[in-house]
Write a protein that binds this ligand. Sequence first.
Ligand SMILES: [Zn+2]
Length: 467
Amino acid sequence: MSLYNFLDRYLFLPMGDLAGGSRVAAELRRMQREDFLPEEKIKAIQDAKLQRLVKHCYETVPYYKQLFDGLGVRPEDIRTREDLRVLPVLTKQIIRENYDNMLSRAVDPKRLRRSSTGGSTGTPLDFCTDADEWSSWKASTLRAWGWYGVHLGDKIFSFGGNSINQKKVFLSPKGLYDSIIMRNHKFSSADVTEECLQSHYESLMRIRPSALRGYGSALYILARYIKEHGLPVCPIKAVLTTGEVLVDEYRRKLEGVFKAPVYDAYGAGDGGILSHECPRHEGLHITEEACIIEITDREGRPLPDGEIGHVCTTDLDNYAFPFLRYHVGDMAYIKKERCSCGRGTRLIGEVMGRAGRLMYNKQGTPISPTMLPIMLYPDLNFQIPEHRELYNKIDKYQIRQDRQGDIAILIKLKNGDEPKEQFNYILENYRKHFKESEVSLQFVNDIPCLPSGKEDYCISEYEHSYA
Ligand SMILES: [Zn+2]
């Protein structure tokens, strides 16, 4: 451990917690202590947290008070994760219709963190979290990095989309946190021209990070560039992928080029799911102290382990905007077996449907699918309220590519009478990236699900014949 690692863990991180009202350092200590708890102990922690959360929901969240009363369910009826089944599933549609009533009346509005999602399924959603939820999320990530020998204070080279594209002001609390505590060097995968990739490569060699982190497809584009140009690479401890299904081809390429193991993670900010591969690569360990995951059919009936179904999550740490039995919009299964590493947490076997396919512009340059939803924002920045309002007028979207370069963007608006011209910026954003391509914007009444029942925002018929 270097001096920086030591100072970061025992000085900078606690100072960051103090300044931001979070408790990442304490959560990390607890999670590391409980890393190898047996399954029954983890379940007992989950059940105790669930009872506290359900009581809180009933007493302070109008939506749940009404739901419980309507069903004739009392908070004390729900004592274990099996008892949760008396509740119906929570959908994105329900949340949108009840947004204000989903907020807890007991949480100080100043502590709320507004957030939005939509990248994975094509259905945008606004929701809130608070500092406690964020602390648990960060701690779970840092614990997993520790499994790979990547510690707080090690430099991280991040290559990806939306969160990375946000304007970073170095002297803001977030900027300082990112730079000094997380040592996160962020690069946008929005532009993947030869010049940009060369400049990213040069930054990588200058920074010499311990780990690379980003969307599998975005890192794959960088790896492909490095390989094609026969460039040398600095020693890397781990490649950390997240945000989409990691295609085998990308994993092999990343391991080959960066000469480091690839560790995948699956998470969703809405619903508070987080799961990470351990060095045994037998599946994704669910952070079960922080969330309950069920795999259910469309109606919310639980399916046995090993069967593919809808991911249904109960976030045990979000007291600001609680999610009880929330259908995230992903399909996955839970493995029947536990991991040979000895951890007692259940494993997600595979997540299906999060797009990992590339699209191509006319020049044949690949574009990571994770960039596509970001371009639905006027200036690629999630922080400006009026931009959020425009984005929030979109009910669903889908981006399709049938031929190289040509792109069709399908949009279903919440209110079909909205003037369409206000969305012309979407065309401009896409044309900037898909140079010389035919880009069309089509307003439609419905975007049907795939035959599997999964929603998917990115449909590429083209990639297989090209890559
Ligand atoms: Zn394991």
